[in-house]
Design a protein around this ligand. Structure first.
Ligand code: 9Z3
Length: 307
């Protein structure tokens, strides 16, 4: 059962008009899967919280979207079907290698008096691999990408995807790497139009309310048989592991992957109620292009097999 706070959230923040389409796409994707293929929901990117109904300003959660996009790739390679719930315009699996500035991707080649732009030699293989993989994932129906922007969209989509995945029971894995806002302005408290500045206004005061802890409802009622793995992001290393443990006690799910903003690309801790296991990449690993998500995902896949 959802608590009163969650029910209120869904009433005060009505479903986006795109929800039915998302639900249809997810159900169709699930139907296309062979019966022995596991499905993972990977969430990625930051949620946006509007300050005005006709939004000009907003508060955003930090996330470059790399963790989610890279992890989705490794899950695909491990044979999972991946539902990738990502921040619109954020990084996407396979395509992510080409999302930097164009000057880092293309180079100008001159022959005689004519010149043309070509992909850099060092990226030719990466491009080939990415396109091959994307084609393969399409042929095998292994990847479904669903964009969201706001916190409201994210929460509605999360609940809908979870309910669609209920039918595959413990074959479902939730890998919650999105950076989700802890506070928002409920729609009835939100200014209709752009908040005005002007004479006599020397500050802007906003009241934000806590977002209900949806992880609790995911674990207890939306996906009670699935394996649920969440991420914990902190900037203070002294509280990181305690906060991860608190989340495990509070929500009763299986694993928290804890990381610090500054070292997230090279260090993570796998935290359960009775263990903490750190994983660190060396400078050499990073120079050689090793990605920590490769290790994180293989550990999660093992855990899912053992569950
Ligand atoms: C994470 O901790 C992710 O690992 C990062 C990945 C967002 C740091 P990037 O996208 O970074 O590769 O740049 N995600 C979870 C963040 C979060 O908001 N967690 C909530 C919390 O810590 C719980 S859902 O309280």
């Amino acid at each position: 059962m959802e608590g009163e706070d969650a029910m209120r959230f869904f009433i005060e923040n009505p479903a986006p008009s795109t929800l039915v389409d998302v639900e249809n796409k997810v159900n169709k994707f699930i139907d296309l899967q062979p019966k022995d293929r596991n499905i993972v929901l990977v969430t990625s990117g930051g949620t946006l919280v509007p300050l005005e109904k006709n939004m000009v300003r907003y508060i955003d959660n930090f996330s470059a979207g790399n963790r989610g996009a890279a992890s989705a790739e490794y899950f695909c390679k491990s044979g999972y079907a991946v539902i990738f719930l990502y921040r619109n315009y954020g990084m996407k699996p396979f395509v992510r290698h080409f999302e930097g500035p164009w000057t880092g991707i293309f180079t100008k080649k001159s022959v005689g008096s004519s010149s043309s732009w070509e992909i850099k030699d060092s990226l030719r293989n990466v491009l080939n691999n990415s396109l091959e993989n994307l084609e393969l994932m399409n042929e095998r129906n292994q990847l479904l990408c669903l964009p969201y922007t706001t916190l409201t969209e994210y929460v509605w989509y999360l609940r809908t995807v979870a309910e669609c995945l209920k039918c595959i029971r413990s074959r479902a894995l939730f890998y919650l790497a999105a950076a989700v806002s802890d506070f928002h302005i409920p729609s009835q408290d939100m200014s209709e139009h752009k908040i005005q500045s002007g004479a006599g206004k020397d500050k802007l005061e906003l009241t934000m309310r806590p977002v209900p802890k949806f992880l609790r409802y995911l674990v207890d009622s939306w996906a009670p048989e699935a394996l649920i793995i969440s991420f914990k992001l902190e900037t203070d290393e002294n509280i990181l592991i305690d906060k991860a443990r608190t989340a495990l006690h509070r929500y009763n799910h299986q694993l928290v992957i804890a990381n610090l903003l500054s070292t997230r690309r090279r260090s993570v801790a796998f935290v359960t109620l009775d263990s903490v296991a750190w994983l660190h990449l060396s400078d050499e690993d990073l120079r050689n292009g090793v990605e920590i998500e490769d290790y994180i995902v293989s550990r999660c896949v093992q855990l899912h097999k053992a569950a």
